[in-house]
Design a protein. Sequence first.
Lengths: 575, 471
Amino acid sequence: MTRDGAGAAGRVRRVNGPVLEVERLRGVAMADLVEVGAARLPGEVVALRPDRVTVQVYEYTGGITPGDPVVALGRPLAAPLGPGLLGGVFDGLLRPLSGAPVWLRPGVTRVADDRVWSFEPVAEVGQPLGAGEEIGRVTDAGPLPHRVLVPPGLAGTLEAVRPAGRYPAHEPVATVGGTGVDLTTWWPVRRARPYRARLDGAVPLTTGQRVLDAVFPLALGASAAVPGGFGTGKTVLLQQIAKWCDADVIVYVGCGERGNEMADVIEDFAQLADPRTGGRLADRTVIIANTSNMPIMAREASIYTGVTVAEFYRDMGYHAVVIADSTSRWAEALREFASRTGALPAEEGYPAGLASALAAFYERAGRVSTAAGQEGSVTVVGAVSPPGGDLTEPVTAHTQRFVRTLWSLDRDLAYARHYPAVTWAGSYCRDADAIGGWHVQHGDPGWASRRAHVVALLAEADRLAAMAELVGVTALPGPERMVLLAARLLREGVLQQSALSPTDARCAPDRSAALTDMVLGVLAACRDLIEAGVPATTIEAVDFSPVLRAREETTDAGQVERRAELVVAGLAELR
Amino acid sequence: MSGPAIEYGTIDEVRGPLVIVRGVSGVGWDEFARIRLGSGELRHGLVLEVDGDLAVVQILEDTHGLDPATATVTFDGAPLRIPVGPQWLGRVCNGRGVPIDGGPPIVGTTTAPVNGSPLNPTVRQPPADPVLTGISAIDALTTLVRGQKLPIFSVAGLPHLELATQIAAQASVGGEPFSVVVAGMGLTHTDAAAARDVLEERSAAGELLLLLNTADEPVIERILTPRIALTVAEHLAFTLGRHVLVVVADMTNYCEAVREVSAARGEIPARHAYPGYLYSDLASLYERCGRIRGRPGSVTILPVLTMPAGDITHPVPDLTGYITEGQIVLSAEVYGRGITPPIDPLSSLSRLMRHGAGPGRTRDDHLDVAAQLLAALARARQVRELAELVGSGALTATDRCYLTFEDAFTQVLVDQRVDEARSLDDTLDRAWRALAALPRPELTMLPATVVAAHLGTVAAADDGAEAASDA
Ligand SMILES: Nc1ncnc2c1ncn2[C@@H]1O[C@H](COP(=O)(O)OP(=O)(O)OP(=O)(O)O)[C@@H](O)[C@H]1O
Ligand SMILES: [Mg+2]
């Protein structure tokens, strides 16, 4: 990937935080990597003028002086993709943090990767191979078979392949069409990896979170955003998805957030048994940690690095989920950079390119047929942290245009300790109909109507509650009071789900359906009672705690159904 | 660096807190600079930008009286470093770390850069174990955890400084080595004197460093104050193995200083004219809390800020809330009822509490008691609203118990003298006394055996005897 510019040196002219202007640097192209100063700090070319090159530097630039050398590397910012990613913790440029020093001073994150991997060929010499087709496998790179593929853009006859054995990451294991293929290959992170075609239809990604799976689901290969003010539960929700969703690979990007949260994720995932593989969840997770006090420009890169890693696993035929907490901090890095370069600001100081940058990021999601014709997907979930909780601010407003599913978190719900604080009024899923269709074919034909019921019940209850505030609950007719009652049971008994609960942190779809059906069944029974002349007050005085406690006290759908029968039978006795 | 520092007499321009020096060579970004005025007075600055032979220097004191014709500038050749070590403890200094206690300057052979370096996230140890503040409302409901950053959100006119100094004076970590660093920014002389007074004992005991920047001192100096505090704290914690509590007040004054520099540089403002990088700037301070795997010691940060016009969506509290791990909110309404500290428990939260409290950390019943108190308070609040609508006559007997509970909770648990340090047992026993106002079936978050044990003991101990804990 190296071009002629490699090795050319220029001189620093101006230093303004992470932004440098460099003179006499020739033969560089836009987005090329450079190394700055004696510490060889990595930077990227972001603007070219005849006499000046503007560079954004990925580390702290304290002490950089006009006259310091800047060396062009002749290649763009690229991530090394190979075995050894799963289970690892990396910075925004995909440099390993495990093994790096305690204090990340500029220039220290340079850990040599000298691990060796067990490679087994699966293709045979003489076989024609296209891009994305499998050459062999690495068998000790985590719980999933790690497929070594012909890199994008390459095709030809497999001229040579090394026999089964142990090889270092950066050594060719095969020759395809005259080109050596290493176990690890580089890919420029800002470019989407190619695939054959996007696949039609929607397949749900099961997250184990009821309000998501049953009301605002997410399709494999779609994108979702979670806007919410501070403390509304974005991080907890994203971590729940990472822990319990049924994807193969999780790429968790901590983008400008807390160090303690990253430590928590690292420790949690290392301890959590993975029901799918019997190993640890960490073994099929890639963590990219760029905390808020780490260099801001690496934060900008970390989003692209994360999605590139996910595409790499997608190309092996896996379902990967990228979780980015928080995309707002990434947008702030864009803004910071724009303001240092004197770019003309658009809304709230963000660069005019904000919307297209967001679109480009979310568009890298997709369920596709890979170059080799396998099914794989990248699902993107991003947190959004609107200043002051204001959902009209630019990052939130633009993000909403590009995502398929929106989980809007509400401060009032969070303050009332209603977690996850997903508002039914402010959230949506554009794939709900298609996902309903999928459920019809996969054993739950009632999914769509159940969802419609829930949505209607919640909306109706909101309307009635507003009215009740004016006239008092007792002034409402019986059937309306039953709606309010059922909506409360739905909120507290179904939608609320504690991330800390040992039994309920993850909820299987059939148990989720059973819990919802229980509340809808109770509503129907209560309406019948009203019709039979039982006073609303009598019904409201019933102890509904078995319904409310079911989410904590049951472990499978059958138990919920039995409980529902008892509750409905108990109600019948009020006649 | 090498050689004698060059003295530049080539100041081109002075603009607000900024000075532009021409003809420099070998000056790096973020370097520390010293400016000697014609009068011989020394001022200090940081290099904000270098462009060829121009350096833009931000003066930490102020630029009043600075005459470009007579002033000279020298550069340190490196970003600012300060001496670190236990010699800071027991001292009182100004916002730049210069002693104001009549003692000798603080010197030392070990130095550290004031900006610190990011801590590798893979070596962070998730916070656990409490810092006990001796304040019932905090210890019981929003336990401060070693390695956490937990701010106090207040509004002008409330006694947040009294609360912060009380915590600084009486916090403890159960016998392990413990130090306190207090950084005051933009305090009035009255507040500064009061703080010195309250903290004197701990300072005399060599457990505390006090940095004081008063309201009439240069605004820009405030940029440095919290960084000095944190640099000293990091060394005490991670090299000397002590638990360090850093109290910084008032962060709103700090943010104003950041805004002032930004305006002087002509930067494009974001919300409320604060610079777009305020989040990252605050994070570079708050993220210096934590623990390191395999090392003793911790840095816990308690920032105090006033919300301008009481607005929690104002950038200072908002961005702080986005970085910190919860918040303790003070309320004018509670204060109006004569309660100190005027903490509003329902809008306060310590996100790390479950790691720092409970079995093996505080007391076995702590987390359940806290959950029950909060649930009951939420219910009491609903009842109170209902009572306003329908009149208290229409309340059920149970509802009325909730109102009694809320009164007991405020009077017995929250209300506390500013010189009163309560043990955790005392605090939790007070919590039980408040819960005793509720009918037992209402205590759904507490195991029945625990309820029986505690409500028994507390009733028997009403005459003031030490209530037995359930150890
Ligand atoms: N599903 C949940 N179950 C239990 N508690 C929750 C849940 N969601 C959120 N919480 C509580 O809310 C707190 C804040 O949640 P979280 O850290 O996810 O907020 P956030 O939206 O990411 O905030 P920030 O923007 O400041 O990062 C948590 O520490 C936890 O106490
Ligand atoms: Mg968060």
